[in-house]
Design a binder for this molecule. Structure first.
Ligand code: ADE
Ligand code: ZN
Length: 350
């Protein structure tokens, strides 16, 4: 069904937050290490006897003030140092899934990377098995599904990405897709052309961060060189009218993360964000939390704050939730079921 065919009833602005919280949704852009809350970081540091750079939870939280992607990645990397065992990866993922389910997330596609952790001396299997076990329990514990997307770190070399791929291949059946994350500027997608071509041959679904801080040219090359199916962020596309037309015409989903963009100073104010303009231009945008423990909110907070700042409507809410299911890598019968549940919430909301 064409989303525009579903008749969305108008909803008063004061009732919209309730609808946004209750509507079923998928989350397609979140880094599991970015869901590590300071309390969990300190609990893991204690149990793994890791000396941590900050003395307590409050001092760590106070350090979450960023002026760019890199300033965030530096502190995010410190948080990852407490992860040592398969149980740590399980606990981190379990905590995220529980939180996501309370926001009515029916399906999550979770980014992780192995390169951070193998550099700390861990085996890729420790990471993947912990994450996979938590995802496997999501249906029984939280009534939702979850799958895993392995991201290569773009500040490292393509040879290192090939090495990470090799180490992950014994766990091929546990990974739905491949992504590209970390420091964007100076590391264009085409740096990873060969390894993405190999991943495509292996049947992985492909996504890449592009146009978070980087120029529209990075979005073009993610599409035309890496041949990705979704663009993570993509908000810089607004600077290139031909690219906007391409994204709309080819229905390339963008996984937009408004509170991340605000915290990392991609937009000065949330009211400057271009999410509404993207939707009005016919782009298949979705709303996501990116690194919720660092950016001041999980997915529902991204929805409610952005809708308040931009004056978006119930029609936009429906589009965004619908897009999240359409853009996901879930199988067709699950997608149908999620969309039916979305429609019934909108039909019965008064
Ligand atoms: N890794 C974690 N969060 C990220 C982001 N917002 N951009 C790029 N890489 C990331
Ligand atoms: Zn991201």
């Amino acid at each position: 069904m064409n989303p525009s065919k579903f008749a969305v009833k108008p909803v008063a602005p004061d009732r919209l937050p309730d609808l946004l919280r209750r509507m079923p949704k998928a989350e397609l852009h979140m880094h599991i290490e970015g869901s590590l809350e300071p309390e969990l970081i300190f609990a893991m540091a204690r149990r793994n006897a890791v000396q941590f750079a900050f003395p307590d939870v409050d001092s760590l939280r106070r350090a979450y003030v960023f002026d760019s992607l890199q300033s965030f990645l530096d502190i995010y990397h410190q948080g990852t140092m407490v992860l040592k065992t398969e149980q740590d990866f399980y606990d981190m993922t379990h905590a995220y899934l529980k939180r996501a389910a309370s926001d009515n997330v029916l399906h999550a596609e979770i980014f992780f990377d192995t390169q951070t952790h193998t550099a700390h001396g861990l085996d890729s299997g420790v990471v993947i098995n912990g994450l996979h076990r938590a995802c496997g329990n999501a249906q029984a514990l939280f009534g939702m599904t979850a799958s895993l997307i392995l991201c290569f770190l773009r500040h490292l070399s393509e040879d290192e990405a090939f090495e990470a791929l090799e180490q992950a291949l014994p766990y091929r059946d546990r990974i739905v897709g491949i992504g590209l994350a970390s420091s964007e500027m100076g590391h264009p997608p085409e740096k990873f052309a060969k390894v993405f071509a190999r991943c495509r041959e292996l049947g992985f679904r492909l996504v890449a961060h592009a146009g978070e801080e980087g120029p529209p040219a990075y979005i073009w090359s993610a599409l035309d060189v890496l041949k990705v199916e979704r663009i993570d962020h993509g908000v810089q596309a607004f600077k290139d009218a031909a690219l906007m037309q391409r994204l709309a015409k080819d229905k390339i989903p963008l996984t937009v993360c408004p509170l991340s963009n605000l915290k990392l100073c991609v937009f000065k104010n949330l009211s400057d964000h271009n999410l509404g303009g993207m939707l009005d231009a016919g782009i298949v945008a979705t709303v996501n939390s990116d690194d919720p423990a660092y950016f001041g909110g999980y997915i529902n907070e991204n929805f409610t704050q952005t809708f308040a700042a931009l004056g978006l409507t119930a029609q936009h809410a429906y589009m965004l939730a619908r897009n999240s299911f359409e853009a996901s890598f879930m199988d067709a019968s699950l997608r149908r079921n999620c969309i039916d549940r979305l429609n019934s919430v909108f039909e019965s909301f008064h």
